[in-house]
Design a protein around this ligand. Structure first.
Ligand code: SF4
Ligand code: SF4
Length: 432
């Protein structure tokens, strides 16, 4: 038997020291017409039309909500092209040629503190809906829908744990823009009626803890505290984080709001601040390029930027003759992509490029490591076997739907079996 594995190398030390390069003047920007939660979409502009920063250029359509698409530069609409979005799919993208003037759309007007003070819960929700805000930690779930809950909310938790290796966007955000995160949290508290706010970070982020506590001295009218949680993986998973930061155990599958809790990623809270205070949608985000197959750099770039531009600016690929493995997002839960023709969208946090190492999958040695390490206490090896025999009943009995696709079972497996891929396939097959 092998011990339960929860501590994984995070590779963040060097990445955290990288300066943030600003690349905000791409000549062309590309807006995917669809997204991971919105399989349909339409644009409302024509070729040759001039658009301004913050102008609505289309609508993405999900199963039960719509999300406006906004221009992040001013310039001319010049057509459509297909590129890869954050889900790894090739999708239609509207192209705008940047005129480098960054003219703001007339609808955008900064609000004074007095105006914000007078906003009602409904006003906050409408502003957030109009700005098209979604969960920027990767969920892409519409932010206004969470806030519309009728359940009484006691506490809003800001998730700054970012537990996946190689991801440092939230870390950089909290270090560089702590006030915006805190103000966004205050607006989310007002919009939900919560009296309390908690910012959850990793215990080892002492410098962030100090920084947040220092800035919080400016906000003593509000009950906001910093909670530190363990350094293990997947501590950023919301149920684990809430249990350890708030002491509230929420069963899988239940709504957080039923327990008086709302959870937002810290980047989402910054976007709430920008929408409420400056009346702007998400125009930019932090993005990191890492891995041994590419020059490592951190960027601040406009939504709609081609990632190939960023790779080139970073210094390009290393060992160009070696085949690459490319992942959008973190190495544990990210999406494998076959080509780098990717557009940076709201939820694109990172590109990881590894030089490919051929690791041959060996037969299972029944060590049970995957079972002991699974945070939701299901049995990856049994699920894999049930999927191989297409045993739907067994997959349900083994509760494959509980899998959060954290990737730990694949990581710990000494036989290098891609268990997480079997979990994904098994979930899909059992749900048919
Ligand atoms: S990917 Fe799923 S089955 Fe594997 S360890 Fe994570 S939760 Fe468990
Ligand atoms: S699948 Fe891998 S980790 Fe799980 S029991 Fe088999 S060898 Fe061990």
């Amino acid at each position: 038997m092998i011990e339960k594995t929860r501590f994984i190398p995070d590779g963040k030390k060097q990445l955290k020291e990288l300066p943030i390069l600003h690349y905000l003047d791409a000549e062309y920007v590309y807006y995917p017409v669809t997204s991971q939660r919105c399989p349909d979409g339409v644009t409302c502009v024509r070729g040759g039309q001039f658009v301004k920063v913050g102008e609505v250029v289309g609508t993405r359509k999900g199963a039960f909500f719509e999300q406006p698409m906004h221009a992040t530069v001013s310039g001319e609409v010049v057509g459509y092209e297909k590129h890869i979005d954050n889900s790894g799919k090739m999708v239609d993208c509207l192209i705008v040629k940047n005129d480098m003037k960054y003219e703001l759309h007339e609808s955008i007007k900064e609000r004074s503190d007095q105006e914000i003070e007078a906003l009602t819960k409904e006003d906050f929700i409408q502003i957030i809906k109009d700005a098209g805000l979604v969960g920027l930690g990767g969920s892409a779930f519409p932010t206004y829908i969470k806030l519309e809950t009728k359940d009484p909310i006691d506490v809003v938790i800001a998730n700054g744990v970012e537990c996946e290796p190689n991801l440092i966007a939230d870390y950089s955000l909290m270090m560089n823009y702590p006030r915006e995160v805190i103000k966004g949290l205050i607006y989310a508290m007002k919009a939900s009626g919560a009296k309390r706010g908690v910012i959850a970070i990793k215990k080892k982020y002492k410098e962030i803890e100090e920084r947040l506590k220092f800035v919080l001295q400016e906000f003593t009218d509000f009950d906001i505290t910093v909670a530190t949680v363990g350094n293990f993986y997947p501590q950023g998973w919301e149920l684990a984080m809430i249990k350890n930061a708030l002491g509230i155990k929420i069963p899988q599958g239940e709504l957080l709001s039923k327990y008086g809790v709302l959870n937002f990623n810290v980047s989402t809270l910054q976007s709430i601040y920008n929408a409420v205070k400056k009346d702007i949608p998400v125009l930019e985000r932090l993005f990191t390029i890492s891995g041994d197959g590419v020059a490592n750099k951190s960027f601040r770039a406009r939504i709609g930027t081609l990632v190939t531009d960023l790779i080139e600016l970073a210094g390009g690929y290393k060992d160009v003759d070696t085949p690459k493995v490319m992942i959008l997002g973190g190495p544990m839960m990210g999406t494998n992509i076959q080509q780098d023709d990717v557009i940076m969208t709201h939820t694109t946090t990172s590109l990881i490029v590894f030089n490919e190492k051929i690791e041959k999958e060996e037969p299972c040695i029944h060590c049970a490591s995957c079972v002991y390490s699974c945070p939701v206490e299901i049995q990856p090896v049994q699920i894999m076997n049930a999927y191989k025999t297409r045993d739907k009943e067994m997959l349900k009995t083994l509760e494959v739907s509980k899998c959060i696709e954290c990737g730990l079972c694949s990581f710990v497996c000494p036989s290098k079996i891609h268990l997480t891929e079997y979990m994904r396939l098994g979930k899909r097959f059992a749900a048919k």
